[in-house]
Design a protein around this ligand. Structure first.
Ligand code: FES
Ligand code: FES
Length: 194
C-alpha cells in the first residue's frame, strides 16, 4: 500500500485554530503565507540563513522555513500578526516604530519576533557568546548592545538598520515582562480551510 504524502493537521496560530490538509513537505512558512494568507512572516533565503521568517513556537523563536508544518501541529504559534492587541502595539513593535528600527521593513517581522524570543531567553538566564560569566549562578548578564547584537545575529537586515534595531530592543527590554511574550489567549476555532 503506498504511503500517504499528506495529512490534515490543526495549527494553533495567534490564538486561533486552523485545520487544513498539507503535503508533508510543506514548511510552516509556506503554510502560513501560501495556505493561510498570513503574509506578515517573510521569506528571505528559504534556507535558515536570514531570519526573515522567524516566528514564535511555544514561545521559542523558530525559523519557519526550516520547520515542517506537520511538526508544528498542536503547538502555539505566534506570528507578527498576533502581537498587537487591537490598536495597541506590542512593546517590541512600539519600540521599533518609535526608534526607526527598520528602513524597507522586509526583515522587521522576523526581527520583532526574534527580539521577543531573545528577551525571553535573556530573562531566563540563557548566556550568549557575548556573555562574560556563563555560570548559572551569575544570572542574566547586563543587556548591553554587544549582548543584543550577538543574540540578534541570526536576523539579517539588508538595509543595515542595526544601530536602530539594537536601540529598539534595548528600549523594549526596559518595558518589562510584556516585551518577552507573544502569547495571546486562544479564541474561537476557525472554520476548516480547504
Ligand atoms: S527565510 Fe527562513 S531563515 Fe531566511
Ligand atoms: S529594514 Fe530593510 S532589510 Fe531590514
Amino acid at each position: 500500500m503506498p504511503l500517504s504524502t499528506s495529512s490534515v493537521i490543526t495549527l494553533h496560530i495567534n490564538g486561533e485554530r486552523y485545520t487544513l490538509p498539507v503535503d508533508h513537505r510543506t514548511t510552516l512558512l509556506d503554510a502560513l503565507r501560501e495556505r493561510l494568507g498570513l503574509t506578515g512572516t517573510k521569506k528571505g533565503c528559504d534556507q535558515g540563513q536570514c531570519g526573515a521568517c522567524t516566528v514564535l513556537v511555544d514561545g521559542r523563536r523558530t525559523v519557519a522555513c526550516l520547520q515542517f508544518a506537520v511538526a508544528a501541529e498542536d503547538r502555539e504559534i505566534t506570528t507578527v500578526e498576533g502581537l498587537a492587541d487591537g490598536d495597541r502595539l506590542h512593546p517590541v513593535q512600539q519600540a521599533f516604530l518609535d526608534l526607526d528600527g527598520y528602513q524597507c521593513g522586509y526583515c522587521t517581522p522576523g526581527q520583532i519576533c526574534s527580539a521577543i524570543g531573545a528577551l525571553a531567553e535573556h530573562a531566563a538566564g540563557w548566556p550568549s557568546a557575548a556573555t562574560a560569566d556563563v555560570r548559572p549562578a551569575a544570572g542574566p548578564p547586563p543587556l548591553t548592545p554587544e549582548e543584543i547584537r550577538e543574540r540578534m545575529s541570526g536576523n539579517l537586515c539588508r538595509c543595515a538598520a542595526y544601530p536602530s534595531i539594537v536601540e529598539a530592543v534595548t528600549r523594549a527590554a526596559e518595558s518589562g515582562p510584556a516585551s518577552r511574550t507573544g502569547a495571546r489567549p486562544e479564541e474561537e476555532a476557525k472554520e476548516p480551510v480547504a
